[in-house]
Design a protein around this ligand. Structure first.
Ligand code: ADP
Ligand code: MG
Length: 363
């Protein structure tokens, strides 16, 4: 069986443990995205897969072979970094061909691979240019092309778009999505802290925090059924509203009382023993609607209105200590600062977590 298997992978720098035991099965051809806050270990994990970082403990298997002690050049892996590091005095063509020349590939084979990669990345018209005559996005595509020319089994990306401005990021992201379709048999592992990149590129997202996996799943699975509060808050923007609550009726459906005073019934089952327990109630900003009816979750005064055109963000302060409740309402709204609003949500969109932050949905 081809693919990549990580078994209880650990990394320590001296006495400091940074990766605490990662288990992960990656199928050949899958597009896996690692997300997580800065410093959680994404780059370290990627560098261990590449062979650029020693593995402290555990087994790293590629195509069924243990590669812990296999040097980077023998792992069939290519890596693209945040900084593209092209040779400034070489043309695009030469930059892409360079690795193959070192590896003593034949002239025709080099030419075939460079042209095929250039075509995939829409660089054919730029092959004779020097890097300084390219935009940031084009330079990064050359770096990707250089990696493609190595015919990798596994393609690793470490935040490849974070040096690009917003428009180029979008264009290059779409280029990468296209590329992964054309290289359907090549496994891709992509590190980012950009939600949109994660949601749009991944077959499966691995959410990391502090050196361990919080959840692995398809993008919408993580969005709709986050396993815990960390994932619930990490996936989705603005983040899910989370409020303290108490279970007033456990059972097939669960009724909770929010600290703000209102009650809510959720289509989520909780065991009888949860009666009276403190829990966390969650609702995403985009699942809230403004209502005038008697059934509402929150009633409060709008402190801030952010009109973005496509959506309007309403910040309601004073319902929970510290954080405002945020509602994301489609389109342009007539709501003003100081208005009193009521917000409701479809009960199927509500989330509930126990005192340890574990979702009851996963029960
Ligand atoms: P990310 O890519 O998710 O932002 P990193 O993998 O770069 O995070 O870093 C993970 C943790 O390991 C961080 O706490 C970082 O400080 C630590 N770390 C990374 N490299 C070293 C090193 N060479 N020596 C000691 N600690 C390191
Ligand atoms: Mg990093």
């Amino acid at each position: 069986m081809t693919g990549l298997v990580l078994k209880d992978i650990r990394k320590s720098y001296g006495a400091v443990d940074v990766i605490h035991g990662i288990d992960l099965d990656i199928k050949q051809g899958e597009f896996i995205v690692f997300v997580g806050p800065s410093g959680c270990g994404k780059s370290t994990l990627l560098r261990m897969i590449a062979g650029l970082e020693e593995i402290t403990a555990g087994d790293m298997m590629i195509d069924g072979e243990r590669v812990n002690d296999v040097p980077p050049s023998k792992r069939g892996i290519a890596m693209v970094f945040q900084s593209y590091a092209l040779y400034p005095h070489m043309t695009v063509y030469e930059n892409m061909a360079f690795g193959m020349r070192i590896a003593k590939e034949g002239k025709d084979e080099i030419d075939r691979r460079v042209r095929s990669a250039a075509e995939m990345l829409q660089l054919t018209n730029y092959l004779d240019r020097l890097p300084k005559a390219l935009s940031g996005g084009q330079r990064q595509r050359v770096a990707i092309g250089r990696a493609i020319c190595r015919n990798p089994k596994v393609f690793l990306f470490d935040e490849p778009l974070s040096n690009l401005d917003a428009a180029l990021r979008v264009a290059t992201r779409i280029e990468i999505a296209r590329l992964s379709e054309r290289m359907a048999d090549t496994t891709m592992i992509y590190v980012t802290h950009d939600q949109v990149e994660a949601m749009t590129l991944a077959d499966r997202i691995v959410v990391l925090s502090a050196g361990h996996i919080e959840q692995v799943g398809a993008p919408l699975e993580l969005y709709e059924r986050p396993a815990n509060l960390f994932v619930a808050r990490f996936i989705g923007s603005p983040a899910m509203n989370v409020l303290p609550a108490k279970v007033v009726m456990a059972g097939q459906t669960t009724t909770v009382e929010l600290k703000s005073g209102t009650a809510a019934t959720l289509d989520i089952a909780t065991p009888e023993a949860e009666h009276d327990k403190d829990v966390s109630f969650g609702v995403r900003p985009e699942d809230l609607q403004v209502t005038t009816g008697p059934d509402f979750l929150f009633e409060g005064t709008v402190a801030i209105v952010e009109a973005l055109g496509e959506v309007t963000l309403l910040y309601i302060e004073g319902l929970v200590e510290g954080e405002p409740i945020i509602a994301k309402i489609p389109g342009i709204q007539a709501v003003r600062r100081g208005d009193k609003v009521r917000l409701s949500a479809d009960r199927s969109k509500l989330h509930l977590f126990d005192k340890d932050g574990i979702s009851y949905r996963a029960l």
